[in-house]
Design a protein around this ligand. Sequence first.
Ligand code: ZN
Length: 279
Amino acid sequence: MALSRKLLLIILDGVPERNFRRLFGNLEGWVKNGDARVWTHRAVLPSISGPCYASIHTGTPPQVHGVLANEIRFRIGLPDIFSEVTRAGGTTGAVTHTYWTEFFHRYPLDLVRDLEYDEPGAPITHGRFHSMTGYGHDNQMTPSDVDLFATLTMLTERFGIDYGILHTCTLDSMGHRFGHDCLAMDNACLHMDTMLAAFLPRWLKNGYEVIVTADHGQTDRGTHGGREDLQQDSALYWFGGGSGPPEGTVIDQLQLAPTILGRLGVPVPATMKARPFLA
Ligand SMILES: [Zn+2]
């Protein structure tokens, strides 16, 4: 059964709003040209990756879904974007860190079974994951982002997925390692913007609406987790239709899940209580 629209959610982990607005010239160029819109996206608290992933996809705060730290991982029992899209007869794809399959598909993780799977009818229909095992301050362990963008593009063109998510930790890892006020970060953002720009027009041409955002911000010292604009806020770029809020609006992270389901024409479950930001 075809859904009313198709949508891709691109999450660049750990990019503060300031870096998006200063350093992503392609994204900003599409906004300036009237092809995209941009708002502030404020993360839940704690503004830590795992809790943010779970809130982005379930539309509930960490105090409800229970993922309160990166070390707390389990198969979340709440409805989320994957479960509701497949329940409505759609297909989903994920090109992400393995946390996402643990939270929304199957736990515990089995590297051989779970790094790549195609499971019709399951919450994540087509999964392609990376674990970043061995990650640390001096050992980044993130794949090349161009490989991730190409893999998501493959899922859209080979399988025609209705909803797809791509998540990459490259810039979060760079921030933890180098901080944000340095040439290394300027260049990393430029590379990301350039790699993304090579694929985004193709996704739009293939009929997808696209969100580009982050899970949380990061300070110049490379930290996040707490309550502060730099730690919580990223930008949210919207390439699609519908009427959205005025420029300068702060979008709550819990609004993403019901908004995405609304665009896809999928019923929003009662657990997602926030108001969609696109009509
Ligand atoms: Zn993160």
